[in-house]
Design a protein around this ligand. Structure first.
Ligand SMILES: Cc1cc2nc3c(=O)[nH]c(=O)nc-3n(C[C@H](O)[C@H](O)[C@H](O)COP(=O)(O)OP(=O)(O)OC[C@H]3O[C@@H](n4cnc5c(N)ncnc54)[C@H](O)[C@@H]3O)c2cc1C
Length: 518
């Protein structure tokens, strides 16, 4: 097909990655390409991955989903950021927020320098943004009259991963014309021209399935890119040690218990516990390093957390998931591109995996090669962008550990101290930390079009964790202007707190009446 048009896209895998990619491609290229998704009846999707970024609102809108349908079908709730408990020193008062809203006036003047010189007694995020205050009070990020996907305060979602997959599947098949094949892929038929391209998939019961472009969404086994093509996983375990998780679903103690607006991430002696609130249950999991903590110790810590946070001692046996932290040496090889877990996975801190799926699906769709002749160019660009993105995700996650002052020595774990060993810290992050001893992270530190986390996110983590650099105000920075922005954040807080409903009330309202569409 060197110059003939690309017409058949075959996606292998029906987890969140497969269906999101199918949805984006089918919605964007209706009538021009046929999208087929094949999913094994014998291999279940991973069934975790319940926190998203605000980008998911754009992705769902792009594929033609109604927000109220999505919220109802996926047991979804609103997420306005993350709260980190115990990451700095593990003391009872130790907590800070990483909200989705940028600081008020971000980039207009040096807010950090003025915060440090004049308001250091107030937590940075609390001073520069209204959103931590909404989160602390369980407020929703919008009102019942706010149109679907629009926000008063920027938000993503907490959702049920299993229900999300089923919802996307129905939407893709019924509304977007994705062809669905339920069959197990056994292997590939290579092209007869000797190029090494995949010509068709060998299936267990329905014969060969031919295509022009194959998208590997087979999860951690990475059947096409990893197994067939042998593209190696570049391990990142020397930087981010976590490789195991115990996950469990816990009912609320009372049906009307508040629904949290943030993912709570609570530091443990050799990892951390996520806590995600959906309308009908919480999803809770302990991510840990098997080199620093046994499964039994991780299980005991998880149970202790659940008892302390909800009084419930009787919980189902947690499900154990293991993973090799890392990403593929390349993501697009020949006529095959990996999206989702098949392209890599790092611990779920900051929930970037589904965001990377969205970015990959959109990149493939926006730059969809017209024919085989242009595919190598597109692949090279895609590989460069996504290698850059994975490197940035790893640095940003590592930042959370590098800044910690925890030792947990008394608990017999070297996890936190090992994270601060210089040999485990990527060089670029070490350099940035040196620069940030004298000035705050700025937009100019993150110049690529492939950036993942903005400078504002670095500021929230650095100053939330008490980073000791002093941002020296430059002549052009204006303390009065900074004070105006701090005042603006406080005014917005005072206005929004009484005007926004709590999460549970708004979700109950949406379940009954939906959201306005414009
Ligand atoms: C502990 C943990 C917590 C996480 N938390 C978050 C989070 O909060 N936020 C976030 O964004 N992400 C999170 N993630 C990541 C998230 O779960 C995944 O990115 C997301 O679910 C996408 O998975 P996937 O579709 O790539 O793979 P899977 O869900 O594993 O799907 C694989 C699919 O491939 C199919 N398949 C496999 N083999 C074959 C075959 N031979 N033939 C045909 N089909 C086949 C299967 O049937 C299945 O449909 C988390 C991951 C883990 C491990």
């Amino acid at each position: 097909m060197d110059s003939s048009l690309l017409q058949q896209i075959v996606i292998v895998g029906g987890g969140s990655a497969g269906w999101l990619t199918a949805g984006v491609l089918a919605a964007d290229h209706a009538g021009a390409v046929q999208v087929t998704l094949i999913e094994s009846p014998d291999v279940a999707p991973i069934g975790v991955g319940e926190g998203t970024w605000p980008s998911m609102r754009d992705t769902l809108r792009r594929i033609g989903v109604l927000e109220s349908d999505f919220l109802r079908a996926c047991d979804a709730a609103f997420k306005q950021g993350s709260r980190f408990d115990g990451w700095v020193d593990g003391s009872p008062a130790d907590h800070y927020y990483h909200p989705f809203v940028l600081p008020q006036g971000f980039g207009e003047t040096d807010l950090v320098a003025h915060w440090q010189s004049s308001h250091a007694g107030i937590p940075f995020a609390d001073l520069v943004s209204f959103q931590p205050h909404l989160c602390a009070r369980g407020r929703a990020p919008k009102q019942a009259a706010t149109p679907q996907f629009a926000a008063v305060a920027n938000y993503g979602y907490h959702l049920d991963a299993g229900k999300f997959g089923s919802f996307l599947k129905a939407h893709c098949i019924e509304k977007l014309g994705v062809r669905y094949v339920c069959d197990h892929v056994l292997g590939v038929h290579s092209h007869s021209d000797g190029s090494g391209d995949i010509a068709a998939l060998r299936t267990a019961s329905q014969g060969p399935l031919a295509g022009d472009l194959f998208i590997d969404c087979t999860g951690m086994k990475s059947m096409l890119l990893g197994q067939h093509y042998g593209v190696p996983l570049l391990s990142q375990q020397h930087v981010l040690f976590n490789d195991s998780a115990l996950a469990v679903q816990v009912p609320y103690p009372q049906p009307d218990a508040p629904i949290a607006s943030v993912t709570a991430a609570t530091a443990q002696r050799a990892g951390w516990i996520w806590d995600i609130g959906l309308p009908t249950r919480r999803g809770i999991g302990h991510v840990y390093s098997s080199a620093h903590c046994s499964d039994d110790q991780a299980d005991t810590a998880l149970r202790a957390y659940i008892v302390a946070s909800s009084g419930q001692a009787d919980i189902p046996t947690p499900r154990k998931i293991t993973f090799s932290p890392g990403y593929r040496e390349r993501f697009w090889h020949r006529n095959c591109v990996a999206v989702g877990l098949s392209s890599g996975f790092i611990e779920p801190l900051e929930a970037s995996a589904l965001a990377l799926v969205e970015m990959a699906a959109i990149a493939i769709s926006d730059d969809l090669p017209a024919n085989r002749a242009t595919m190598a160019i597109v692949a090279r660009r895609f590989n460069a962008d996504f290698t850059y993105r994975w490197e940035r995700v790893i640095e940003f996650l590592k930042l959370h550990y590098v800044l910690s002052r925890r030792s947990d020595k008394e608990a017999g774990s070297d996890f936190w101290r090992d994270h601060r060993q210089a040999a485990s810290i990527p060089e670029r992050l070490q350099e940035l930390l040196q620069l940030w001893r004298h000035r705050a992270p700025a937009r100019s530190d993150f110049r690529s079009t492939a950036e993942v986390f903005p400078a504002a996110s670095y500021q929230y983590i650095l100053y939330g964790m008490g980073f000791e650099g002093s941002a020296r105000a430059r002549g052009k920075d204006n303390g009065e202007l900074a004070d105006q922005y701090f005042h603006e954040a406080a005014t917005l807080t005072a206005r929004m707190l009484p005007a926004l409903p709590d999460n549970r009330s708004l979700l109950a309202h949406i379940a009954r009446h939906g959201l306005p569409s414009i």
